[in-house]
Design a protein. Structure first.
Length: 422
């Protein structure tokens, strides 16, 4: 099942208590204080895992607690700190505090982590409180409690281009025509119920990722049809392709349909309206198609690029794809749009610079890499392909450097970690 939301409770482990104890030795009747410190509680950490596709696991289990630290003991024995509890989430998961709704982290890099509930510090034992004035303190600190909070997890897929349009417009047909994806296609509305991703490969150098989502209808912002929630999966895309049916419809209907979809987009987020939007006028093979194309060119052509296509017959597709490639390359920023507002409450841990070996190919990822090269999402064919190209071009050392690594950094190759020395 595809689940793209979850609400979970996380709690860090409490710190262990410090101990109150005194040395007992044979000929020393009153030894000094010897209570050890308590251990630190485990933290709950979320980690982006490229092997995961949905948040389904968090529907079966909603409560996660890290273990507590051990208490300190006599003879200055410190309690053991508890291990962290690492929960894996899909790449593209936005983490919010459920109470404040603030974004704590947007986990877009494989291996990226965020501490969502820190474990409590261990309490100090009485040995730490001895002073010349009080050589036998009879008190110790209690461990601090672990942090706790409710989190909202929301998966927002990573793609370059998002397909929007009314149900039945031919979005899935287009995706299956331009990529290896095989979404369900049928002659009734709401065939697509969960998003599909496909990789478009134009040639060795050019590829991009397309997201196909369920159709929108008038009133979707009030919950009509499947509502607007699937728009979250095109929030990170840089370009929208509006699949607009032109066959077997009147001019007025075509124009009205175009407006309805944009109206719904604006209800979701006005930002989506600012994205470059390209019109794929679809089903030109059907009666009325060509005439309607001329009509929308006249009425919308000054604001939008319009490509007449037949997704079914495969007509007019190439020019659209090349245009999208050029448009993507011309945009100032590349790669996924990262969502953030407040990061200060939690600590986001950047992934270590990672090189993964797949056969003879090395893949590099890291926070500072040109973003396009940064996504080592193995399920994301396009990202893998880009990395392969970049590595061929740059060589491993240069790629490491671009990934933000410095000599002396810890580097991972496959499962092994080592220090990078020049
Ligand atoms: N004649 C013709 N039919 C098409 C064309 N493109 C799609 N269709 C048909 O239109 C119907 C709907 O296609 P889909 O690709 O499922 O449409 P969709 O936009 O993904 O629909 P939802 O998933 O319901 O939002 C199917 O019967 C397709 O065969 C086209 O270019 N010409
Ligand atoms: Mg569909």
């Amino acid at each position: 099942m595809f689940y793209d939301e979850a609400k979970i409770y996380v709690r860090g482990g409490d710190g262990g208590n410090g101990a109150v104890a005194f040395r007992r030795e044979k000929y020393v009747p009153r030894g000094g204080p010897s209570g050890g410190d308590g251990g630190r509680g485990g933290s709950v950490i979320l980690e982006a895992d490229p092997g995961l596709r949905t948040l389904v696991d968090f529907h079966y289990r909603t409560h996660y607690r890290a273990e507590r630290g051990e208490h300190g003991q006599g003879k200055n024995k410190h309690g053991r700190s508890a291990p962290d509890l690492v929960l894996r989430v899909p790449v593209g998961t936005v983490v919010r505090d459920a109470e404040t709704n603030k974004i704590l982290a947007d986990l877009v890099y494989p291996g990226q982590q965020v501490v969502v509930a820190a474990g409590g510090r261990g309490g100090r034992g009485n040995a730490r409180f001895a002073t010349p004035w009080n050589q036998a303190p009879t008190f110790a600190e209690k461990g601090e409690p672990g942090e706790e909070r409710w989190l909202l997890l929301e998966l927002k897929l990573l793609a370059d281009v998002g397909l929007i349009g009314l149900p039945n417009a031919g979005k899935s047909t287009l995706l299956s025509r331009i990529s290896a994806a095989r979404p369900k296609i049928a002659d009734y509305p709401f065939t697509t119920l969960t998003p599909n991703l496909g990789v478009v490969r134009l040639d060795e150098e050019h590829s991009f990722v397309v997201a196909d989502i369920p159709g929108l209808i008038e009133g979707a912002h009030r919950g009509a049809g499947l509502g607007l929630k699937f728009l979250r999966h095109i929030e990170r895309t840089r370009i929208l392709v509006h699949v607009l049916e032109v066959g077997l419809l009147t001019k007025e209907e075509v124009l009205r349909n175009f407006r309805i979809v944009n109206e719904e987009l604006s209800h979701y987020s006005p930002k989506l309206l600012e994205r470059p939007q390209v019109i794929a006028a679809n089903k030109i093979d059907l009666p009325g198609g060509q005439e309607n194309v001329e009509f929308i060119k006249a009425s919308l052509g000054s604001s939008y690029r319009i490509f007449p296509i037949s997704a079914l017959k495969g007509e007019g597709i190439e020019p659209l794809l090349w245009y999208l490639t050029e448009l993507l390359a011309s945009l100032p920023e590349t790669g996924p749009i990262i969502l953030k507002d407040e990061y200060e409450e939690t600590s986001v841990i950047k992934p270590p610079v990672t090189i993964l070996r797949q056969g003879d190919v090395f893949l590099v990822s890291g926070p500072e890499v040109e973003r396009r090269v940064a996504m080592t999402d193995f399920n994301n064919e396009a990202a893998v392909y880009r990395l392969q190209q970049a590595l061929k071009r740059l060589g491993v050392e240069e790629a490491l450097r671009r990934a933000g690594a410095r000599p002396g950094d810890t580097v991972r190759i496959g499962n092994q970690e080592f220090e990078w020395q020049e």
